[in-house]
Design a protein around this ligand. Structure first.
Ligand SMILES: Cc1cc2nc3c(=O)[nH]c(=O)nc-3n(C[C@H](O)[C@H](O)[C@H](O)COP(=O)(O)OP(=O)(O)OC[C@H]3O[C@@H](n4cnc5c(N)ncnc54)[C@H](O)[C@@H]3O)c2cc1C
Length: 247
């Protein structure tokens, strides 16, 4: 996943700069421990061992499978009745060594308008789908990618893989494998496409599971970055810096 505004093609230099940050952090006395999930169960032992004066919770956010998005600020009606998954599940499944199949008609619901959604749709065409529709309330797919020049790279892949692009449409409700949609500019224009899989590329929700357990234990704690509210790398870095300055 691209977590910064650098080009995907610049990934090796980004990896090198990540290495630079690690060195800088180490030089300034920070100890970095990776592959160490913190679970509520193990919290007491961790607090006993580390005895922190202050905890900064930077646990990020996760993809909303209920279709929560910025237009209605609500999940989609009836999402529990559908076979709804997040785009991240598709990305993880298709990168596994053993192939994962998503047979049937797939609708990828886009409220992000970025590079992730078109490639999720393309991945679904290669994962056994009967049909793949990319549905967006925006007037075009990948609108956010135009100025990054990604769109010229995305569109050929969408056309080549046969993804149907359905713009100006939003979800009214989900009823099992039926998706009730309408034209946002002409609400009487309704249709009910079949959707054996509904892939959500809509909103993200803060991961705050450790916040309350820390507060209950009386530990001074503040959430930053996406754990406070899903936004961009800049806010996460800025809020991290502010926490460091406060210490
Ligand atoms: C598809 C996509 C594209 C994006 N593109 C951009 C972009 O181009 N530019 C931009 O500025 N922003 C972009 N963002 C947003 C950006 O990635 C986030 O705002 C940023 O990563 C938030 O940083 P963070 O440190 O708060 O959380 P994260 O980067 O999500 O880091 C949280 C970390 O905490 C770990 N964690 C969670 N729970 C636990 C636990 N219990 N124990 C231990 N570790 C835990 C997670 O594994 C993760 O490594 C994008 C986001 C997405 C999803």
């Amino acid at each position: 996943m691209c977590a910064c505004n650098r080009s995907w093609r610049a990934a090796p230099s980004w990896a090198a700069s990540r290495c630079g940050w690690r060195n800088k952090a180490a030089k300034n006395g920070a100890e970095l421990r990776t592959d160490s999930p913190v679970l509520e169960d193990g919290l007491d032992a961790l607090l006993d061992a580390e005895k922190p004066d202050h905890v900064v919770l930077a646990t990020g956010s996760s993809v909303c499978v209920d279709g929560f998005q910025g237009w209605t600020a609500e999940p989609f009606d009836g999402w529990e009745s559908g076979n709804c998954i997040g785009w991240d599940e598709v990305a993880q499944a298709t990168s596994r060594a053993t192939s994962v199949s998503f047979p049937g008609d797939v609708v990828v619901i886009d409220d992000m308008c970025d590079v992730v959604v078109p490639f999720t749709a393309v991945a679904m065409t290669g994962a056994g789908a009967n049909s793949v529709t990319l549905l967006t309330r925006w007037p075009m797919v990948g609108m956010e990618t135009i100025l990054d020049v990604y769109l010229d790279w995305i569109l050929p892949k969408l056309y080549e893989s046969g993804v149907n692009m359905l713009c100006d449409r939003f979800v009214r409700r989900i009823e099992g494998d039926k998706l009730h949609i309408y034209n946002v500019h002409h609400e009487k224009d309704e249709s009910v496409p079949n959707a054996d899989w509904i892939v959500m590329a809509t909103g993200r929700r803060s991961e705050t599971g450790l916040l309350e357990p820390l507060k209950v234990r009386g530990v001074s704690t503040e959430a930053i970055g996406d754990a406070l509210a899903p936004r961009s790398t800049y806010e996460a870095v800025y809020e991290g810096l502010r926490q460091a300055r406060k210490l």
